[in-house]
Design a protein around this ligand. Structure first.
Ligand code: TEU
Ligand code: CA
Length: 541
């Protein structure tokens, strides 16, 4: 089976997962040691965020050498051992390919700076006296940086040490293909492509209505370049997922439609912006549930109609924790975590679980700027102050939006460093309840962890979940997310109360005979279905 519809992927941020050599930094050996836990959870693939050589300005998304493991994570032998031990458990490893940019420490960029024209053409250098245009970096500030050595500007859509590669140069494309070939040969089973929809730049015009993204997002040659990369490296039957920044449904259909031989599935982020005021990440707003429903509906139905395929997710290393965001950190912590999990795991697509999500881990609740590590958070703290916010306001915004919310140490037990390490971790421990950890949840039948385990099992077992069609119910209800899945004679009805209050829904008569496949409360199936706060129920024909 090469469509990966019944697979579940677990995302690991190696730096924060498990430390085995007492330096407060997670490592490859730590992942190997945790394989039994992951196998018990039932996941099929592990996506590891970058662990190759990098100065760590952006925690590995600034790659200085695509071929060598960063010594702080371990050795080549450690990776071989991880691959072997994972394979023994039928778990495949997926690597993160950061191909839109390299670190400015990369040999190619260094040679470019030394004046080598061959390598200058690997990047996007512009010869202008003033900054080439008004585009804004994703991490704040201008998207161009001046290289005095060359008296040229180079494009950097992220940090100034992450220089965008020039994909229009065929030599760049060939180099990147070699990277894939190398890791495939090493036993890597799949790839996640970082911001891969930004690789084909169109024009370099000033953007007077936005930050410039309209000129480089889903650009003119993006589909052609992805197809070429996949074709020439022979990975068309492997599991591949593209991270698509500010993308469109039409493009995601193209990226993930089987016939086109681009990628197997796409991450899109629109559903994670429904609490951005005016689409601005650094302006807080309560989640707009109506919009969330509309977005899920459009993307689910749209991808279904266009034969595309969604990667389903709430959490990753760039997103605040979902329970803190759309659920409840207090009284309904457990119920809301299970409801949110059900909402996406029963949809059409391939689900991703980000480390600690299966425990219901929460935002870090950092209170001081010294507790933050992420370059984006540190930049925006300054920007927010410059814009006139008080320190308290800026810290309040960061506590809701910082990427560090998801980067704190994995919580294995209730010890000082949560069983992640016996040394102080590289990132501050979160100021949250110590009961959220593997040790506590693993033997509790009713835990969030065991609920995730059930979700994974169900996806493996029921074709109605992996293969079924989807349609949406209760369109007019802002508090309810509900949909139906259908496959041959099998049918599921999923109902989620997204809100923190009791409610009811009126069930169609035909559903009254259905059995409860899964729920997070004891709920009686009756005409007027009573749903407590954050209730979820999955009915099966
Ligand atoms: O993220 C791309 C990206 O645009 C965001 O998720 C980003 O964190 C957000 O827009 C900032 O507000 C990917 C990686 O997942 C991320 O960790 C990297 O920092 C980024 O690319 C650059 O490689
Ligand atoms: Ca370590």
């Amino acid at each position: 089976m090469t469509d990966f519809k019944n697979k579940v992927i677990y995302q690991i941020y190696p730096k924060s997962f498990k430390d085995t050599n007492h330096d407060g930094i997670g490592d490859l050996k730590g992942i190997t040691q945790s394989l039994d836990y992951l196998n018990d959870l039932g996941v099929d693939y592990l996506w590891l965020t970058p662990f190759v050589v990098s100065p760590q300005r952006d925690n590995g998304y600034d790659i200085a050498d695509y071929y060598h493991i960063n010594p702080m994570y371990g050795t080549d032998e450690d990776l071989d051992e991880l691959i072997n031990q994972a394979n023994k458990r039928d778990i495949g490893l997926m690597m993160d390919m950061v191909f839109n940019h390299t670190s400015t420490d990369h040999e190619w960029f260094q040679k470019a700076l030394q004046g080598d024209p061959y390598y200058q053409d690997f990047y996007i250098f512009k010869d202008s006296k003033d900054i080439p245009n008004n585009w804004v970096s994703k991490f704040g500030g201008p998207a161009w940086n001046y290289a005095p050595e060359l008296k040229k500007w180079y494009l950097c859509l992220f940090d100034k040490t992450q220089a965008d590669l020039n994909w229009d140069n065929p030599h760049v494309r060939e180099e990147l293909k070699n990277v894939i070939r190398f890791w495939k040969e090493r036993g890597i089973k799949g790839f996640r492509f970082d911001v891969i929809n930004l690789i084909s730049k169109g024009s370099y015009d000033n953007d007077y209505e936005g930050d410039g993204r309209r000129y480089y997002t889903d650009g003119p040659h993006v589909h052609e370049y992805i197809h070429e990369l996949v074709h020439d490296t022979g990975i068309k039957d492997m599991i591949t997922v593209g991270e698509m920044s500010s993308t469109s449904l039409e493009d995601c259909i193209k990226y993930s439609n089987r016939e086109r031989e681009e990628l197997k599935m796409t991450f899109s982020f629109h559903h994670l912006k429904v609490d951005y005021k005016d689409n601005k990440k650094w302006e807080l707003m309560d989640p707009d549930y109506k919009k969330l429903k509309e977005l899920f509906k459009n993307w689910q139905l749209g991808m279904q109609a266009g034969h595309g395929w969604n990667a389903l997710f709430w959490c990753n290393h760039d997103q605040p924790r979902i329970v803190s965001r759309f659920g409840d950190e207090g009284k309904y912590w457990k119920e809301s975590a299970k409801m949110l999990a059900t909402m996406i795991h029963m949809m059409q697509g391939t689900p991703y679980i980000y480390q600690g999500e299966e425990l219901g881990m929460l935002n870090s609740h950092y209170e001081d700027i010294s507790e933050y590590r992420d370059v984006e958070s540190l930049n925006y703290y300054k920007i927010l102050l410059e814009e006139g916010h008080t320190r308290e306001e800026a810290l309040h915004i960061l506590s809701a939006r910082s990427r560090d919310n998801s980067r704190s140490a994995m919580q294995w037990d209730d010890s000082t460093y949560a069983g992640f390490s016996d040394h102080e971790p590289w990132i501050t421990m979160p100021h949250t309840d110590k009961h959220i950890n593997v040790k506590e949840e693993i033997n509790d039948k009713d835990s969030i962890l065991n609920y995730y385990k059930q979700l994974v099992e169900l996806r493996h077992e029921l074709p109605v979940i992996s293969e079924g069609t989807i349609s949406f119910l209760y369109d007019d209800r802002e508090d309810i997310m509900s949909y139906q899945r259908q496959y041959e004679d099998d049918e599921l009805v999923v109902i989620c109360n997204m809100w923190n209050q009791d409610t009811t829904v009126t069930l169609e008569d035909c559903y009254l005979s259905y059995t409860t496949l899964l729920s997070n409360y004891p709920i009686t199936v009756e005409k007027t279905l009573k749903l407590p706060p954050y209730a979820t129920i999955v009915l099966r024909k």
